[in-house]
Design a protein around this ligand. Structure first.
Ligand code: ATP
Ligand code: PRP
Length: 218
């Protein structure tokens, strides 16, 4: 048995965060809850950062990987956008707190003259392939989904697709590229998620953190 797995029983509580927007907007909430990283993740190359609480550490992971770490117990808690959670499916994770940060909307977008009611089989470029498939299937519309990992707004401009599915906040990225929002899929905020097994095994410590974060939001 490896050293890390032999320490599972009494290892530190792990919180998975992504750098950038989620980290910046989550930090004040964790600060109010009395837990802050001992190092700045924007300056450090370390992926495990100790915190001011001796029994808690932060894992720095890519935004779209947060649910996977929490589902499989690599992290006990995580902060993730609802868009990413919808795409992941939420298997094996609890979603006890809406942090009400990183607010945006998951939308279908395209050129302003797009007629969504036409019988055309639209091509839809997105990193949210399952969300997009579900959305169009619910409406009985046949589409071709094209998987991208970013810069979705580029796809219609170069003829890769007629539509995109992406998050929209101010709409300025769409506007800068001559696109408009066409259909709303879901309102998005970031959620605190918890591994189901951790919630049972470390119930009192996790409940304490959840309570402190809830009060910080309120
Ligand atoms: P990855 O690196 O895995 O591709 P990402 O680049 O989308 O992830 P961020 O840009 O940090 O990661 O976004 C994290 C979350 O913030 C998203 O999942 C979404 O919920 C929210 N978000 C994304 N863009 C915006 C925006 N423009 N305004 C507000 N919230 C946003
Ligand atoms: C996100 C998203 C859109 C943009 C929407 O990109 O992918 O492109 O924000 O925000 P707006 O409606 O306010 O313009 P982000 O800025 O996170 O860059 P990314 O593509 O690196 O994720």
């Amino acid at each position: 048995m490896s050293q890390s797995s032999s320490l599972q029983g009494n290892r530190k509580l792990r919180i998975a965060l992504s750098k950038g927007r989620i980290f910046n907007e989550t930090l004040p909430l964790f600060e109010a809850a009395g837990i802050t990283p001992a190092e700045d993740p924007e300056k450090s190359r370390k992926l495990i950062l100790p915190s001011t609480e001796p029994d808690v550490e932060f894992l720095i992971v890519r935004a779209s990987d947060v649910p996977t770490y929490v589902q499989h117990g690599g992290a006990d808690l995580g902060v993730v956008g609802k868009d990413v959670l919808l795409e992941h499916g939420g298997e094996g994770v609890l979603e006890p707190i809406d942090l009400k940060i990183a607010q945006c909307k998951l939308m279908v977008a395209g050129f302003p003259d797009t007629d969504l009611n036409s019988n055309k089989r639209f091509r839809v470029a997105t990193k949210f392939t399952d969300c997009a498939r579900r959305h169009f299937a619910q409406q009985g519309r046949q589409v071709e989904i094209i998987k991208l990992y970013g810069s979705m707004e580029l796809a219609p401009l170069v003829g890769l697709s007629e539509l995109i599915v992406d998050v929209v906040d101010t709409g300025s990225t769409l506007a800068a590229n001559g696109l408009v929002p066409l259909e709303h899929i879901s309102n998005i905020t970031s959620r605190l998620i918890v591994n189901r097994a951790s919630m049972k095994i470390r119930h009192s410590r996790i409940s304490d953190i959840l309570e402190r974060i809830s009060s910080a939001i309120n």
